[in-house]
Design a protein around this ligand. Structure first.
Ligand SMILES: *Cc1c(COP(=O)(O)O)cnc(C)c1O
Length: 368
């Protein structure tokens, strides 16, 4: 007899619409008949990992592939702690920041609880909550940014975590230090406030807050960082969270040891120690591409959302999913935004000028 999945599988899992990742590049290129492909869909760094990390990856001794890595990324946590001037035990490393999202939700939420986030932001907070049977309250953005007042109003006795993406993926808006600390003062320690700083290293604005410096004053804050974006290590899957010792001590109970592989740990250490101005070179490239795209897309009459981070949004006259397929045929992969609740919008990763020019050329072609 077949297993009865209506009985075996909880409704929150059965009813969840699974996310379908895109096919490997080689498959896509065959499917769309393009000889080369610019990946402008995932906010990756076109410069790759910093040279010091590249060296570690190249020289990783193959026999080490047989040996379990440090189960709690010990050396890496020591480096990260020194960087932020906090205790090693205040840090948990995961298989990408994506994994630490589930650590936090598992640690604090049970049936009947809710989390609060925005409607147009990184969707993984909402997804993990939803398939775990936790209500996700998605508060509409205001002026393309997180609506602090509406989020405070949505809090009730069952609210456990508030997720703030700063700066926000995909709009690039951010809360200033003042807005953030006012919000934290209003929350008054009653909920966990996660500040997802996946794009921290890209931000140059003066009034942008560094969540790591708020941990002492606000012991309910948990900060997320990743090596996937600025540090160019998305393929190795490594990210981390930081928080107050007592909070992290609870979250640690929900993490599975050995989820972070050995090459990732060593490459991340090297990335932090790299002294080749990788961050500055990346920022310079992003700034140039941002201004180029802003000018080109404005002259095409497309409404834009341009903020912090290595991406911008453009509104098209028609379907974003159709534009995705048409651009793929031209060898350019962008992110259609229907899934982010932005129909007819596309998000473009800011990359090297060659890719930006290819994108603009392809866009002009499909718009005409
Ligand atoms: C990319 C991204 C992450 C996840 O990064 P990992 O690759 O899982 O480390 C988390 N939050 C935001 C906002 C992101 O854009």
């Amino acid at each position: 007899m077949k297993p009865n999945l209506d009985i075996l599988v909880p409704a929150c899992v059965r009813e969840f619409e699974p996310y379908i990742p895109s096919k490997p590049d080689a498959e896509l290129m065959k499917l769309y008949g393009c000889a080369r492909l610019f990946r402008l869909n995932n906010n990756e760094n076109p410069l790759g990992p910093p040279p010091a990390a590249q060296k570690v990856i190249r020289r990783f001794p193959p026999p080490k592939g047989a040996v379990y890595p440090s189960g709690d990324s010990y050396c890496l946590r020591r480096e990260i702690a020194a960087l932020h001037n906090i205790d090693t035990e205040q840090i948990l490393v995961g298989n990408g920041a994506n994994e630490v999202i589930s650590f936090v939700i598992k640690a604090f939420c049970e049936k009947g609880d809710n989390i609060i986030t925005a409607d147009k932001t990184f969707a993984v907070y909402e997804w993990v909550a939803t398939f775990s049977g936790i209500e996700a309250r998605v508060i509409p953005l205001i002026r393309e940014g997180f609506d602090d007042q509406a989020m405070l109003s949505a809090i009730d006795d069952h609210t456990k975590i508030i997720f703030v993406c700063n700066p926000n993926n995909p709009t690039g808006t951010y809360w200033s230090k003042q807005t953030l600390t006012d919000f934290l003062d209003a929350v008054d320690g009653k909920q966990i406030v996660v500040i997802d700083e996946a794009y921290f290293e890209f931000v140059e604005a003066e009034d942008f807050p560094n969540g790591m410096t708020l941990l002492d004053q606000y012991p309910n804050v948990v900060v997320f960082r990743t090596f996937s974006k600025m540090y160019g290590l998305a393929g190795l899957r490594i990210g981390y969270l930081a928080g107050d010792l007592n909070i992290v001590d609870m979250i640690r109970r929900t993490c599975v040891v050995y989820s972070v592989n050995g090459i990732a740990q060593e490459a991340a250490c090297a990335a932090l120690r790299d002294d080749t101005n990788h961050i500055q070179r990346t920022r310079d490239l992003i700034r140039e591409s941002k201004e180029f795209l802003r000018a080109e897309l404005s002259s095409l009459g497309l409404p834009l959302i341009v903020g912090e981070g290595n991406f911008i949004i453009a509104r098209l006259p028609g379907s974003d999913t159709l534009a995705y397929r048409q651009l793929m045929r031209e060898g350019v992969m962008i992110r259609p935004m229907t899934g982010f609740r932005y129909p007819n919008h596309i998000r473009i990763t800011l990359a090297q000028m060659e890719a930006m020019e290819a994108f603009v050329g392809a866009l002009k072609k499909i718009l005409h």
